[in-house]
Design a protein around this ligand. Structure first.
Ligand code: R5P
Length: 296
């Protein structure tokens, strides 16, 4: 097998290759002055199983197109199979038509990956796992919940309560809470579809000393900030914010700190200053398994 670290996941791709003891390819990546992406594969991929590691954090369209270019080029060069390893799969939140005329964007994204020639897809904590059933290639979601739990386990102040900012993140929060033996709860969050404003309903919670808010992704940090403000009112003394995908746009970290969050921690599905947890091990294992199933 050959691992191709895409331009958006170079470090993670290299880590996966070394964990599974397989060579990594070293393509040429450039961006033209007008913003167009250029990729050139320079390794021999003929009859090889290939895994392309390319996340799709902003600029999502550019990252997605680079994945398409790499997939097509690998197939053109005779790769036997291509596994698209997309640690953060963008557009997963637009999984239905919330208003007439909208695009079901995740369906379009899955179609693009499939049509590019990917034979299978691996991703991490996609917003809703069910959407993966809509693609015709084998697609698997891997959860990094345990990796978050392991990181929390070794903190000086282990949280007694894990809280999800909304019902959608409750399952993830429960998976993090379980190995820690922590309590788990969620808040009721609504998003104004016109303005994008996030409204979180007040709730009385029995708050212990230390609480960790857990969400699949942090974008503007508003969901976390609202949650932190409610936790503070309920007497929380120490608040951590943990997520899988730290997109962190528009002053998100400052917004969360102002709301009382002591530390923000995420994984390297999206490279960032808070990506302290790696998903390399769980992805390496999944890549190995996908290879075993394709050769059996
Ligand atoms: C949406 O439901 C997601 O799970 C996240 O809660 C959301 O995308 C976070 O966005 P923000 O950080 O802008 O509140």
């Amino acid at each position: 097998m050959v691992i191709i670290p895409g331009p958006a996941s170079r470090e993670l791709g290299e880590k996966i290759a070394s964990l599974i003891n397989q060579p990594s390819a070293h393509p040429v990546y450039k961006t033209f002055p007008d913003g167009e992406s250029y990729i050139r594969l320079t390794d021999d991929l003929s009859s090889k199983d290939v895994a392309i590691v390319q996340t799709t954090y902003p600029d999502q369209e550019k990252r997605l197109l680079e994945l398409v270019f790499l997939t097509r080029a690998a197939k053109d060069m005779g790769a036997r199979s291509v596994t698209a390893v997309v640690p953060y799969l963008a557009y997963a939140r637009q999984d239905k038509r919330f208003a007439a005329g909208e695009s079901v964007s995740i369906d379009a994204v899955l179609k693009i990956i499939e049509s590019a020639g990917a034979d299978r897809l691996l991703t991490v904590d996609i917003h809703k796992e069910e959407v993966l059933k809509r693609t015709s290639i084998p697609a698997r979601n891997i959860s990094a919940a345990n990796e978050l739990a392991k990181h929390l386990q070794f903190r000086d102040h282990k949280p007694e309560l894990i809280i999800a900012p909304d019902m959608g993140a409750y399952q993830l929060a429960q998976r993090v809470a379980e190995p820690l033996g922590a309590a788990c709860d969620f808040l009721d969050k609504r998003r104004d579809r016109e303005t994008g404003e996030i409204l979180t309903a007040e709730k009385e919670i029995s708050v212990e000393e230390t609480v960790a808010i857990v969400d699949d992704m942090i974008s503007t940090g508003s969901s976390i900030s609202n949650t932190a403000a409610i936790l503070k009112k309920n007497g929380a003394r120490r608040i951590y914010a943990y997520c899988i995908h730290p997109l962190l746009v528009a002053g998100a970290v400052g917004r969360m700190k102002d709301a009382g969050v002591e530390e923000v921690v995420g994984t390297d599905t999206v490279p960032s200053s808070v990506s302290l947890i790696t998903v390399a091990d769980i992805l390496a294992e999944a890549v190995k398994e996908s290879l075993r199933s394709s050769s059996s």
